[in-house]
Design a protein around this ligand. Structure first.
Ligand SMILES: Nc1ncnc2c1ncn2[C@@H]1O[C@H](COP(=O)(O)OP(=O)(O)OP(=O)(O)O)[C@@H](O)[C@H]1O
Length: 245
């Protein structure tokens, strides 16, 4: 963490694919235990931003600082060790493993291979997301909602300082969405983990996040409190596709 409490800091991050500018000079900071929503219309560049933070893509220009350290161009497999964990839009759990075994993968990896400590971290993470009673259920037999919670548990078990959530509510019903909101809140408040959360369910983001960042066509068009965001002219235009009246 930097002395001012910043955990993640992007400086003028640009990403091009050939002639296509997908991210254009993005500055973004996430503080300790902060829960920041990242929204924007389809194709705005949200997933690409996650891929740059997790070193799947190297930025064309700009820097990614994590805990004050320049991690631009790091190896993707080092990212978890640095303390960044991620969940995916298309859930990626190990289907033949039980819930506990899935979470152990995160715990062992994040804990540097110490198995006893990892088992404890895995149990705590399952408890946090409300899946302790399903610890021995094979993932293939779990609902989408439980698998999404399991991905969060696996990420939390790796003891990250920063968690990137990529549309954790996609495909969930209203009851499951409420449950997910509680889990995200608890992950921040009980574990103190900073969270950057990409979501299309904008109303959930507005209710839960203290700060919201908006991307449109690769440009950061707004960064503020939910109240500021809903009143922002550029944001309204981006979502409605025409100038606001
Ligand atoms: N590997 C790639 N090569 C070329 N173009 C890409 C690549 N990855 C993403 N893009 C393009 O970059 C733009 C932003 O895509 P991205 O998936 O980051 O947007 P998004 O905001 O996550 O969208 P959605 O909300 O639909 O998931 C799109 O125009 C997409 O086609």
């Amino acid at each position: 963490m930097q002395p001012d409490g910043t955990v993640l800091c992007l400086e003028a991050v640009t990403k091009r694919f050939g002639g296509l500018v997908v991210l254009d000079g993005i500055d973004l900071a996430v503080g300790r235990s902060e829960l920041v929503g990242l929204i924007g219309p389809n194709g705005a560049g949200k997933s690409t931003l996650f891929n740059v933070i997790t070193a799947i893509y190297a930025p064309t220009r700009g820097k990614v600082l994590f805990g004050g350290r320049d991690i631009t161009g790091a190896q993707p497999h080092h990212i978890c060790r640095f303390g960044i964990a991620r969940t995916f839009q298309l859930v990626r759990t190990f289907l033949t493993m039980t819930a506990f075994e899935n979470v152990m993968v995160g715990a062992v990896y994040g804990g540097g291979g110490r198995v006893r400590h990892a088992a404890e971290a895995a149990e705590q993470a399952l408890e946090l997301v409300g899946l302790a009673a399903k610890r021995n259920v094979t993932t293939a037999h779990m609902t989408l909602s439980d698998r999404r919670l399991l991905e969060i548990a696996r990420a939390v078990a790796s003891s990250p300082a920063l968690l990137l959530l990529d549309e954790p509510m996609a495909g969930l019903n209203p009851t499951e969405i409420r449950q997910m909101v509680e889990v995200i809140r608890r992950t921040r408040s009980e574990k103190g983990i900073s969270i950057l959360w990409v979501e299309h369910k904008v109303d959930a983001i507005m209710k839960v996040c203290s700060r919201v960042v908006v991307l449109d066509h690769g440009v950061k068009i707004a960064d503020g409190t939910p109240a500021e965001i809903v009143a922002n002219r550029k944001v309204i235009e981006a979502y409605l596709g025409e100038p606001a009246a």
